[in-house]
Design a protein around this ligand. Sequence first.
Ligand SMILES: NC(=O)c1ccc[n+]([C@@H]2O[C@H](COP(=O)([O-])OP(=O)(O)OC[C@H]3O[C@@H](n4cnc5c(N)ncnc54)[C@H](OP(=O)(O)O)[C@@H]3O)[C@@H](O)[C@H]2O)c1
Length: 257
Amino acid sequence: MTTALITGSTAGIGAAFARRLAADGHNLVLVARDTKRLTEQATELHDRHGIEAEVLTADLATDDGIDAVAARLRNRTNPVDLLINNAGFGNKGRYLDVPMSDELRMIKVHIEAVLRLTSAATGAMRERGRGGVVNVASVAAFVPRGTYGASKAWVVQFTQGVARDLAGSGVRLMALCPGFVRTEFHQRAGMGTDNIPNWMWLDADKLVAAALADLDRGKTLSVPDPRYKALTGLAKVAPHGLLGGVTSKTGRKYGPQ
Ligand SMILES: NC(=O)c1ccc[n+]([C@@H]2O[C@H](COP(=O)([O-])OP(=O)(O)OC[C@H]3O[C@@H](n4cnc5c(N)ncnc54)[C@H](OP(=O)(O)O)[C@@H]3O)[C@@H](O)[C@H]2O)c1
């Protein structure tokens, strides 16, 4: 049995990773801020799949939260074999409408936490000669999309760079770039979703299945779903002005759902 640690495990994509990894027989360390929700999730996954599920309450927008999760990842007696850096959020509004404190909080969760947790995990994994890290980015990494897209572009570049540095060590890293997924993300960010066409929505469980298959294949970048593979291919060749016009509108209708 191996152990996987998932940040942001209680909802959306993180919860889909937890369901799938538990069903596959992995023990879990579940990380988020809401202890009650974490405890209910741990009990449910233990009862359904017979796995051990630890609860680790941590706010990854704080140094204490990042330190606590990093310490768990460095634990040599009860090692973590797979880290899913998934916790993340969107801010409501365009640049200059978003308070600077919220922009900085995003950089803390999307960049600093991912950097420090990846380092803690891969240091211990390299000693054992095996392990994996999935860093959840977004297709927003490939288009002009404010601090959110920029932070996810960092996740992609960072992950692929570290994967190269650790090649041959037995430690695999992969950046996962989902398109729109039906989760709590948009509601939490106060984003309306009615201007996102139905065909653009992905199912979290299918996304996770495709991501884990890509990790098994040794990919360092996963864009699960042919629709988004085509769109990200297009993003590489489309004129930036056109791309900016389209992508700054889609999924960025702020206000009630
Ligand atoms: N949904 C999409 O369309 C989409 C598309 C591309 C990429 N993504 C990325 O996928 C990842 C997961 O998003 P999701 O859509 O599944 O969102 P979600 O449904 O809102 O779930 C977010 C999870 O992260 C946790 N979380 C949020 N802030 C945290 C913090 N400061 N410290 C610790 N945990 C925190 C939440 O639990 P607590 O509130 O209890 O902490 C929750 O478990 C994010 O990185 C997001 O950027 C999402």
